[in-house]
Write a protein that binds this ligand. Structure first.
Ligand SMILES: NC(=O)c1ccc[n+]([C@@H]2O[C@H](COP(=O)([O-])OP(=O)(O)OC[C@H]3O[C@@H](n4cnc5c(N)ncnc54)[C@H](OP(=O)(O)O)[C@@H]3O)[C@@H](O)[C@H]2O)c1
Length: 331
């Protein structure tokens, strides 16, 4: 590789954030004590967390100047880790990449090998990044529901349905035989019905002031919104149903009461994809490869060049994007 490469660098000057694609020295890539792997990044993807960091809407980035991008896929160029060799196709998600450790909006990235997963045999890099963090998160959420006894045929609500986690939740639930109900703020519902939503409800139905208990409507839920929405879901979940909490697009607070838990046996489970052990990720990737069909990925994906990331981050914060925004590193 050359001594320098292109990356999107986020900096803070006069208390204001600036981001631009610029030339970066190879020496500035972070190096852990051992097991470093240098990857030529082919694709990254824009996640809600990246949008929070790039727009300054949330405290995501630990220091400046910084290369954001919470995930990437690419080919190993150099490896100090026994499990990886040049040419291996790998994906990296979580572990503080794009938060504390330089991320994937870059032609090259360097991370410890024990943060990497080899792509399942036969999966191409673009499909892998399209699945990425939201696909994994949706898979972990469904596994959490399965663990609590939720089963195919039951009605599962998905909020933020047209977003990354929401889209994969709908597609996976449909494929597994659940009755997926999509809650969305979008007016064009064909995207969600194409993914497999059997019913859609307007986002506003779950945004009002929550009641301690309300009419039982859902057997289970996968929620990316938090705040009033999550509290309303808890009060509308059927007896002994399970709610998987994944995100906070609508707020980090939870204005709920204990009544759904103590009078209906409702369960609330937390989902974290960032620090999941590699063994669990490998199993989830294999399951995702088996369950997600290429036409589903094609329906979700929207590809952008690196220089367009800041503009798309603003659009993501306005809730205007659907599906997955994949960032092409070359060209
Ligand atoms: N726990 C984890 O490990 C994990 C992993 C990945 C993501 N997350 C979190 O999950 C959440 C969703 O992530 P994502 O990547 O799916 O984001 P995303 O692609 O931006 O999707 C969020 C969706 O939420 C809906 N929405 C937007 N603004 C809203 C608002 N003000 N109030 C209510 N709904 C709104 C929109 O869907 P509709 O228009 O269809 O309503 C939007 O597409 C984020 O909070 C993210 O940080 C957590």
């Amino acid at each position: 590789m050359n001594d320098s490469f292109q990356a999107l660098v986020l900096d803070k000057r006069d208390d204001r954030l600036h981001s631009e694609v610029t030339e970066v020295d190879r020496d500035s890539l972070p190096k852990e004590e051992d097991g470093n792997v240098l990857v030529e990044v082919h694709y990254s993807a824009l996640n809600y967390k990246d949008a929070l960091g790039l727009t300054g809407s949330g405290k995501i980035v630990s220091h400046y100047p910084f290369i954001p991008g919470c995930e990437f896929v690419g080919k190993v160029v150099e490896s100090d880790h026994l499990d990886f060799k040049p040419g291996d196709e790998v994906i990296a998600t979580g572990f503080g990449i794009g938060e504390r450790h330089f991320g994937g909006f870059s032609q090259f990235a360097q991370v410890p090998g024990n943060w990497l997963v080899k792509l399942p045999e036969g999966m191409n890099m673009r499909d892998a990044i399209t699945i990425g963090t939201p696909g994994l998160t949706a898979m972990f959420a469904i596994e959490a529901l399965e663990h609590e006894g939720v089963h195919p045929g039951q009605e599962v609500l998905v909020t933020g349905a047209s977003g990354g986690v929401g889209s994969f939740s709908i597609a996976l639930l449909h494929k597994l035989g659940y009755h997926a109900i999509a809650s969305t703020g979008k007016t064009d519902l064909s995207y969600l019905t194409d993914l497999g939503a059997e019913q859609t409800i307007p986002r506003s139905e779950l945004e009002g002031t929550p009641r301690p208990l309300a009419r039982q409507r859902f057997d289970a839920a996968i929620d990316s919104i938090g705040g009033n929405t999550l509290a309303n879901i808890l009060s509308q979940t059927r007896y002994e149903g399970t709610v998987a909490a994944c995100g906070l697009v609508g707020g980090h607070e939870l204005p709920a009461t204990v009544y759904p838990f103590i009078l209906r046996g409702v369960r609330l489970v937390g989902i974290d994809s960032v620090m999941q052990p590699i063994t669990r990720r490998v199993t989830a990737w294999e399951r995702l490869y088996e369950l997600i069909e290429p036409h589903v990925l094609n329906r979700m994906v929207h590809e952008i060049p690196l220089h367009d990331v800041p503009r798309q981050a603003e659009a993501m914060m306005r809730g205007e994007l659907s599906g997955r925004t994949v960032v092409r590193m070359n060209g």
